[in-house]
Design a protein around this ligand. Sequence first.
Ligand SMILES: [Zn+2]
Length: 301
Amino acid sequence: MHHRLSQALRLAALALATLQFLTTTSAQRPPAQPNAAEILHKMQKLNVLGSVLYIVAHPDDENTKLIAWLANGKKVRTGNLSLTRGDGGQNLIGPELGDALGIIRTQELMEARRIDGGEQFFTRAVDFGYSKNAAESFEKWGKQEVLSDVVRVIRTFRPDVIITRFAPDRSAGHGHHEASAILAEEAFDLAGDPKAFPEQLEQGLEVWQPRRLFFNGSTWWKKDLADIAKSDPDWFSVDVGGYDPLLGLSYTEIAGRSRSMHKSQGFGAAETRGESLEYLKLIKGDRPPNRGLRTFSRGSI
Ligand SMILES: [Zn+2]
């Protein structure tokens, strides 16, 4: 009798577990449907030509304020290329490290882009932890391999404008950061050259020459950047803090939500409103005809 009871209990537990499994599986809902305002926002975006590719080294390097403003305010196609997947970093929310952390951070970046409207790209570069300089990074990665990946992303995404987060020198700090700017500048020159990485053309890609490359400076590193931008014709400033009446959010609020997706790094970014200036230095390409925001769109130049 006792034996039968325990068997019955086991069967009941199994049935319950199966039921729970089925409920969980069937609870996976179809993707959320956009509301009327979001649909109109997407339709407006279809009317805008132009694209921008932001290039960084790690998950969390990207400037979500600029990305949110470009993708939603300027309504241009906006990509973020992270050379690595951040697999060499710390994990503040779980035991996963190395490859497993790289998978988590990949998902965090994808989730961030779903919120800020950008598209996410990577290269094969491994985040091997701190690097003293770009030369060391290139030695460990294989410079030509990673450069070919950056060229491939440019030929695939076809950006009018490329923006780097870092300068191509030791001011970038981490060697991966410095390397990301060096590769961006070299790839800018090579993506339009049919002699560069011709195997990509045989695979069906076409050459693509981006129009301009900017460096996204920060007052974090350069305290007097606001003054420099007023007088130096190579520097451009843009206010990314506008409010989007269709989305009911400011671009900086969207940016805060996007940045908060870096959960394995313990991020919780504030959602702000009001003016927010970003500074861009023209590094390559022709000078925009005016210092205004039309800089970014091929169609409006
Ligand atoms: Zn970084």
